[in-house]
Design a protein around this ligand. Sequence first.
Ligand code: G3I
Length: 353
Amino acid sequence: MRNLLILLVCMTVVTGTAAVSSQDQPLRELAEAHGIYIGAAAQSDLLEGDYAGVLSREFNLLTTEWETKMCVTHPTPSTYDFERTDKLLAFADEHQMIVRGHTLLWHECFPDWLASGDYTREEAIDIMREYIHTVVERYKGRIAIWDVVNEGITDNGLFRSTPWYRMIGEDYIDLAFRFTHEADPDALLFYNDYGAEVLNRKSDAVYELVSELVENDVPIHGVGLQMHLQVGDVGDGRYINREAVTENINRLGDLGLQVHLTELDFKHPGKADESVFERQARDYREVVEICLAAEPCTAIIVWGVTDLYSWRKSFDNNPDAAPLLFDENYQPKPAYTAVQQALAEFTPEDDPA
Ligand code: G3I
């Protein structure tokens, strides 16, 4: 699968030949040598200055952090708004980057007009079909990968009672993938979730869900593991232990699915000191190595370009949150160097066939 990806990346991204051994190369060149994408979540109103410079230099993929969510693209029953997404697409085109559209269906950023309506199952299906076709057809051939459904499974492995679930039933997921594939048959379609990185009740439920989709010939191509983690989560006896993540990735691969690490970041309490940043770096390195060693893993996306705009500042109510690779002054942190070393030093003979 990666050989195909190498061809796709090389055809799409014009860069110098990456000499994997060099550690002064941007992440995107080192990643391309392994046939994987390295990406970042990006925001349309930040695409200038150092933000634009780091994003275009280091990454060959960007994820729309919030611009392609339904509350943004379909704010009223009769209107669509693509202004912000168009800016991200223009940036990606200019810098030979692949775009991951995130996310067509989610229980958050769910438009008020739809939440407050009283729709029959058939009406809800018609609304979903028209919405997905309108958005996905606009970006046909330009958004290469879609998170079709985000966070549809609860932490205890049940269908999350989302508005789509309540209006349509369990088959809302099948329908969403089928509508998206109708709109763009060439796009890669993913199910995306958090807390399903290792072998647990939730990842078993995700595995059962996507196994059934595959068995029913629903057009699904991959699973996104969000990887929103805490510094110290990685290692033997920790949440992210190499064997469990690798087994989880490979069982999804055995279904013919790709796996993307879609929202990688490492939170920490309060203000991090040097020891925290060093542990954060080791954790990032191990996660990158896990992906490189697991053939179905074809993309690593960090959830933001710089600590300055990380969602974690507000979500964790921590103004000193520093979960990413570049600090608030766009300077590379130990985590960046660790990721660069992991990509540079993972020798090709270790690469999956
Ligand atoms: O930047 C605009 C500003 O121009 C505008 O005036 C203002 C109006 O409300 O909105 C601002 O955008 C905010 C955007 O983040 C960028 O900061 C949105 O309000 C805010 O809702 C949006 O939050 C995003 C959140 O999902 C909800 O969509 C976060 O950026 C994003 O990091 C977060 O990402 C989620 C994933 O989709 C799913 N997994 C969990 C992850 C973290 O919650």
